[in-house]
Design a protein around this ligand. Sequence first.
Ligand SMILES: CC(C)(COP(=O)(O)OP(=O)(O)OC[C@H]1O[C@@H](n2cnc3c(N)ncnc32)[C@H](O)[C@@H]1OP(=O)(O)O)[C@@H](O)C(=O)NCCC(=O)NCCS
Length: 145
Amino acid sequence: MQFSNFKEHDLSAIELIENEVHAYPWTRGNFLDSIKSSHTCLMMKLNEEIIGFSVMMFVLDECHLLNMSIKKSMQKKGHGSHFLKEMIQRARLAHSKTIYLEVRISNHAAIHLYDKYGFNEMSIRKDYYRAKEGREDAVLMGLVI
Ligand SMILES: CC(C)(COP(=O)(O)OP(=O)(O)OC[C@H]1O[C@@H](n2cnc3c(N)ncnc32)[C@H](O)[C@@H]1OP(=O)(O)O)[C@@H](O)C(=O)NCCC(=O)NCCS
């Protein structure tokens, strides 16, 4: 498994993953904003193929995990866990004290993953996300590292 920063020329492959795993995917503009803002835009490759990516924003001693996605056909094989461990390690190296993230309350797979690595539910952000019928709450989770 290889980890490296993704750049604008990787976005076609990144967007294919984003669009297949999210009902309300990030747009190319969202990814470009993150690259321009020097967020940590990481991709994970297996045999030269991009199988997942994440976007982390570092603010003072906080790390905000803005996006994390694993290609559908590669899910449930431990790649998400491997990737999250790598991100936690990078946040430690950047001297972050806490990692924060928001996740849809219905996203049991992601909540299970974050829970497994020690993230705690800190609060609920009411109606945070768009949803098929109206809005959906976000769970704010945090990990002290
Ligand atoms: C969340 C996500 C990153 C997990 O990636 P993954 O590669 O499937 O994760 P792993 O294989 O390492 O599995 C991690 C744990 O979650 C569990 N899990 C994975 N998919 C699951 C599902 N659909 N339902 C319930 N649990 C699930 C696994 O069983 C494993 O738990 P275990 O070790 O106790 O058995 C992946 O499902 C994904 O990309 N989802 C779409 C994007 C997304 O929701 N991102 C998070 C936004 S905050």
